[in-house]
Ligand binder design. Structure first.
Ligand SMILES: C[S@@+](CC[C@H](N)C(=O)[O-])C[C@H]1O[C@@H](n2cnc3c(N)ncnc32)[C@H](O)[C@@H]1O
Length: 248
């Protein structure tokens, strides 16, 4: 590098404002290794709340999300902190991911042998219709713009099989009581687009309009506040309707 003789070292820095790039890859892996803990635990402790990922998995388990799961599709798995727990829980035959941060996507492919699909940032076009038992995204729709989120929701509904689950979390008005809003105002970069709010009422209407049933919702930590996790189920398609033509 021509500037080196002048004593200036050029280092590629991470752009935290770009939500499609996630955390700096090498630095995060190395910091987790120095701390002697898994990358997932390191991210929980450093950027969120210790045990928050496991708490989510446990709640989903109680709701029956992981029973009979052979195929999963996940949007924005990042370091794979949810992915690794889901794989451990239900050993799916197929785990497909859509991830915009290339170093993390390649890492997950190598570590967990997942199927990494081309990622255009709003569709799941490589996943067949009604082909997965679980479509999920964690801490993704708190950063994606409104229409991106809506596109992804349509796709999650498309790819999940009847009887399968759609799971994600969003920052709803229920997560924004005055004291929590104060924390966001004090801690977040006020002029950035993060976090993105998604009205709860709109989200519920979006899924019910498409015949998708709400199973439950619950809140989990996302520093400095909380997000609301939604669990939906695509209704089993109805069997053939028996026509009672009546006796003559
Ligand atoms: C806040 S991180 C959450 C990562 C992981 N799900 C977790 O909870 O640890 C958001 C993740 O979504 C990815 N991402 C952002 N925008 C995306 C998009 N439009 N399509 C797919 N992935 C996206 C980022 O690269 C990052 O890995």
């Amino acid at each position: 590098m021509a500037l080196k003789p002048l004593g200036i070292e050029m280092r590629r820095t991470h752009d935290f404002a770009n939500h499609e790039q996630f955390l700096p890859f090498q630095q995060t892996i190395s910091d987790a290794s120095k701390a002697g803990i898994s990358v997932g635990d390191y991210i929980d402790i450093t950027y969120n709340t210790q045990g928050a990922t496991q708490e989510t998995i446990d709640r989903l388990d109680q709701l029956g999300v992981f029973s009979d799961v052979r195929a999963v599709a996940e949007i924005g798995p990042g370091s794979g902190r949810y992915l690794e727990k889901v794989i451990r829980k239900c050993s799916p035959d197929r785990y497909e991911i859509y991830e915009t941060a290339r170093p993390w996507a390649r890492y997950l492919k190598e570590q967990h042998h997942v199927i990494l699909h081309p990622t255009d940032g709003y569709s799941m076009r490589s996943t067949d219709t009604s082909s997965v038992d679980l479509a999920q995204a964690h801490k993704v729709f708190v950063a994606t713009p409104f229409l991106t989120t809506c596109h992804y929701w349509e796709e999650m509904i498309r790819v999940v099989r009847p009887g399968g689950h759609v799971v994600f979390d969003i920052l709803t008005e229920q997560c924004l009581d005055p004291s929590t809003l104060r924390l966001w105002l004090d801690k977040a970069a006020t002029r950035s687009g993060y976090p993105c709010i998604m009205p709860r009422h709109f989200a519920l209407g979006f899924f019910s309009d498409r015949g998708i049933q709400l199973i439950d919702s619950f809140s989990i930590p996302m520093r400095p506040g909380r997000t609301e996790v939604f669990v939906f189920m695509k209704k089993q398609s109805q069997g053939p309707v028996s026509m009672d033509v009546g006796a003559e």
